[in-house]
Design a protein around this ligand. Sequence first.
Ligand code: PLP
Length: 342
Amino acid sequence: MNLQKLVRKNIREMKPYSSARNEFKGEASVYLDANENPLNSPYNRYPDPLQMKLKEKIAGQKGVDPSRIFLGNGSDEPIDLVFRVFCEPGVDNVVAIDPTYGMYKVCADINNVEYRKVLLNKDYTLDSSHLLDAVDENTKLIFLCSPNNPSGNLLDKDEVRKIITTFNGIVVLDEAYIDFAVNESWLPELDKYLNLIVLQTFSKAWGLAAIRLGMAFASPEIISFFNKVKYPYNINQLTQEYVLNELDRQETKNEWVDYIIQQRDFLEKELADIELVEQIIPSDANFILIKVSDPVEIYNYLVQNGIIVRNRHLISLCEGCLRITIGTKEENEKLIAALRSK
Ligand SMILES: *Cc1c(COP(=O)(O)O)cnc(C)c1O
């Protein structure tokens, strides 16, 4: 794979914006270079455009070099950036598993890039050869999501590996739910595969959806193209400081994950006992996909009881399906009680 050739010509050849913080990086006592207000310290100053302190801490915890980390305004930012860096609008295409997370297609549409959906097997497992059949010479990206949303299952590692090693473009592997899965992340194998981008987020296991921080892990070469295209100050100072502190709470995060997995087991067991539930898809994530007799009626019934789940019955392979996020013990018990008395 030749990365330079995969990148859009205009992106390869452009000169990126150079901010005041880029041009002078040392320590000084008087900063008169960025047209900031000298008053209202500390939030009068622009934040570090490359978030080095935060990246170094994440790097230490994840065992990944800081040069292999990109931080974005949620995972949504790197999802959009892969299109802007690699896909020529109206010419290139991307291939993705179906069903999966809706943002990949939205970003493809915004960027005017053809989005080719390839159905998973009926049990939501991945057939790599099926996916690779959809690839042609203009395919720049393949999107995989493991554990997948909305099905909740991990994708088979050997099938994923076949895709990474066979495809001559970039594989984006979204691991937003990896903390809830037993099978380990692809991060330890990052160095081996120059075409692999792994996405993770602070929005799920870390309980920080509100502060908007997503991570992309890839080769330093790919990361430098993301840095070239991103907004100069894409992560604000409040988020950088907040997460720097939150990273000291790994143990608390792990306790939350254990609790959610315990509640997931509870819900799976209880749901299996309820007549209107026809099927429960085994989950490696913090939600469960269930198949019910009448999804619209049951969705509306739950709404009337103040309980909101996600209606997925119009999504490919999800006929009759509702997606239920794992809540607290009390919330899950309310859901079960409501379903029992339907
Ligand atoms: C929730 C979710 C994310 C997280 O997106 P953020 O922008 O980081 O909040 C990413 N990918 C998938 C598949 C998700 O379900």
